[in-house]
Ligand binder design. Structure first.
Ligand code: FES
Length: 184
C-alpha cells in the first residue's frame, strides 16, 4: 500500500496565525518531521518507482552508457544533456560513467567532474530505496527546512547527499518543488 505524501498532513499548531512564533515554528517543524518519518516508514514495503532505477552492476552500467552515448556526437554543448540522461537511467552518476563520458567527449575527467559537481541536481552515490528530499526553496527554508534537514541527519545518522549503510534511505536537498503554499 502506498501512503499519501506528507505535505497535506502537516497542520499549524493550535492557534497559529499568519505570524508564527519561534516556539510555534519548532512545534510545527517537529510535527511535520514526525509525519514525514511515519510516511517514510509506511512506504518501506512499497518503495517509490524512482528507487528501482538505481543501477550498480558494472556490465549494465556500460550497456546503458553505450546506448545513451550512441545518440550523441560528443560535442561539449551536449555534456549536460548526457549527464542528465545518464542520471535519469542509472539513478546517479557513478565514477565509471563519468570516466566513460570523459573518454567519449575527449575531455579531461576533471572537467567532467567539475561540471557535474557544479550543479546540485547531480548525485554521485546511489539513492536509497527510499529517497528523502527536503525542500530548501525560500518558503520551505523560512518554514524550518534546515531544522527538518538537521533532524533527519541525526535520525538517519547520515549527512545530506548520503545514504544509510543498509541503503534504505538517502537524504538530499532540493530547491522549490512548486508546493510553496504548503510551507507553513
Ligand atoms: S519553497 Fe518549498 S515548495 Fe516552494
Amino acid at each position: 500500500m502506498t501512503s499519501s505524501p506528507p505535505a497535506s498532513g502537516c497542520s499549524s499548531p493550535a492557534g497559529a496565525s499568519a505570524t508564527v512564533s519561534g516556539e510555534d515554528l519548532i512545534e510545527l517543524t517537529v510535527a511535520c518531521l514526525n509525519h514525514m518519518l511515519r510516511y517514510v516508514k509506511e512506504t518501506v514495503a512499497d518503495p517509490p518507482e524512482i528507487c528501482s532505477k538505481v543501477m550498480k552492476d558494472s556490465a549494465k552500467i556500460k550497456e546503458q552508457l553505450r546506448e545513451i552515448l550512441a545518440r550523441y556526437r560528443g560535442e561539449r554543448v551536449e555534456l549536460i544533456l548526457i549527464l542528465e540522461e545518464v542520471q535519469e537511467r542509472l539513478g546517479y552518476l557513478p565514477k565509471e560513467a563519468l570516466l566513460e563520458i570523459a573518454d567519449f567527449m575527449h575531455m579531461p575527467a576533471a572537467s567532467i567532474f567539475g561540471v557535474a559537481t557544479f550543479y546540485n541536481r547531480f548525485r554521485f552515490t546511489p539513492i536509497g530505496r527510499h529517497a528523502i528530499r527536503v525542500c530548501m526553496g525560500t518558503a520551505c527554508h523560512v518554514a524550518g527546512g534546515a531544522l527538518v534537514t538537521e533532524a533527519l541527519e541525526r535520525e538517519l545518522e547520515i549527512k545530506v547527499g548520503g545514504v544509510t549503510p543498509d541503503e534504505e534511505f538517502s537524504l538530499d536537498r532540493i530547491a522549490c518543488v512548486g508546493c510553496c503554499v504548503l510551507a507553513r
